[in-house]
Design a protein around this ligand. Structure first.
Ligand SMILES: Cc1cc2nc3c(=O)[nH]c(=O)nc-3n(C[C@H](O)[C@H](O)[C@H](O)COP(=O)(O)OP(=O)(O)OC[C@H]3O[C@@H](n4cnc5c(N)ncnc54)[C@H](O)[C@@H]3O)c2cc1C
Length: 345
């Protein structure tokens, strides 16, 4: 069976890996050569779940983090987990590794534009313009030298009034700092600058450059239906990863869902299922995460609710722990009941 996968990010390389392993003739095409830069904080949320679903990434180089500091205004709390919340990786290297896995499994990688006129097409081309989604955000990030060894993730909700959060993800010897917010969001670059100043004032990072990487991030499926889209290079193809809008609103996490949808699309092809099956399989694999309590907040409510959640977390240790587990998908908790009980205390 001949399959063309367009885009060799985590979604495309994962689809190509599983297709090639199952004996398909796979053409994996990207418009740029690898390793390539991609705006991303490089955080694998709940890394043990990653390793369970994708055993070929076991042993990938990264830093496991067990503690997070949530803040809102001057209020904060710092829960710790027994299992890693996040593994930070170098995104450029991670993507190269996934592509290498696909090649070793037998996929043929080429740089350029796909020439396919027949066969099955899987489209993993990443995020599209914001107008293609009902809801989208913007994220900006960069790596900064750390003043000292930091082992605590930082998530600062509503910093400078944004509808979103600023983050700090420690890596080995440096940290990734970023900001993500729902669109429309004015002056994101100023907020990014102010957050770095805030971290510099605390003696956490040192700014050596004014660089940043930025990208749109989808928070919903594209307005046009999932799959069944013709894109000028052959027959309709199924959409996976960011192209399908598989990012968790509220956290901006997308790598896990990109890889899961790539795996599901590969199964759809090799087991001769249809697109309805593919959609159901995506819902089964990760649908609950895209809809969980904190992630599904409407943008106009997010700061008010998250501000309250941080206040509650600073007083109620158990609630704080559940909030961290929900954010990093360690558990799937219903926080609503506990949240309401606390509100009326
Ligand atoms: C600032 C920022 C920080 C983020 N941080 C995190 C994080 O810490 N953790 C997390 O889980 N998620 C994070 N995300 C989200 C995550 O980066 C994406 O969800 C993920 O990259 C999606 O993978 P993908 O394979 O669908 O797309 P991509 O990784 O974007 O790959 C798409 C590929 O398709 C290629 N392509 C595009 N068009 C064509 C074409 N016409 N022909 C051929 N090739 C084409 C591109 O060159 C690219 O290589 C972040 C996003 C942003 C913007």
């Amino acid at each position: 069976m001949k399959v063309t996968v367009i885009g060799a990010g985590p979604a495309g390389s994962t689809a190509a890996f599983y297709l090639a392993k199952a004996g398909c003739e796979v053409d994996l095409v990207d418009r740029v050569d690898f390793p390539r830069e991609k705006a991303c904080a490089g955080g694998l949320f709940n890394p043990l779940l990653f390793e369970k679903e994708f055993p070929h990434i076991v042993g990938i180089e990264g830093r496991d983090l067990f503690r997070v500091r949530f803040s809102y205004g001057s209020c904060s709390f710092q829960p710790e987990a027994a299992r890693p919340l996040l593994r930070t990786v170098i995104r450029k290297e991670f993507d190269r590794f996934l592509l290498e896995c696909a090649r070793k499994a037998g996929a043929r990688f080429t740089v350029g534009t796909p020439s396919t006129k027949n066969g099955i097409v899987i489209r993993a081309t990443g995020v599209r313009p914001p107008a293609d989604y009902k809801s989208a955000g913007i994220c900006m990030e960069y790596d900064f030298a750390a003043e000292r060894d930091i082992d605590t993730i930082r998530v600062h909700y509503g910093f400078s009034g944004i509808k979103g959060y600023c983050w700090l993800y420690p890596k080995h010897g440096y940290a990734n700092v970023g900001v993500g917010a729902y669109l429309p969001q004015k002056d994101i670059k100023d907020v990014f600058g102010r957050y770095i100043e805030h971290l510099e004032a605390e003696g956490i990072v040192i700014r050596k450059s004014q660089h940043h990487r930025a990208s749109i991030i989808p928070f919903s499926p594209p307005k046009r239906p999932l799959g069944g889209e013709s894109f000028g290079c052959g027959p309709p193809g199924v959409l996976i990863g960011d192209a399908a809008g598989f990012v968790r609103p509220g956290t901006g996490e997308g790598i896990y869902f990109a890889m899961c949808s790539g795996k599901a699309a590969a199964r759809m092809v090799t087991e001769k299922k249809d697109e309805k099956w593919y959609q159901k399989e995506c819902v089964r694999m990760f649908g609950r995460y895209l809809k969980s309590t904190v992630a599904s907040l409407p943008p106009r409510l997010c700061n008010r609710v998250l501000g309250k959640a941080v206040k509650i977390g600073s007083k109620d240790q158990q609630f704080g722990k559940l909030l961290a587990e929900d954010f990093f998908r360690l558990g799937y908790h219903s926080l609503t009941g506990r949240f309401l009980v606390n509100l009326f205390r």
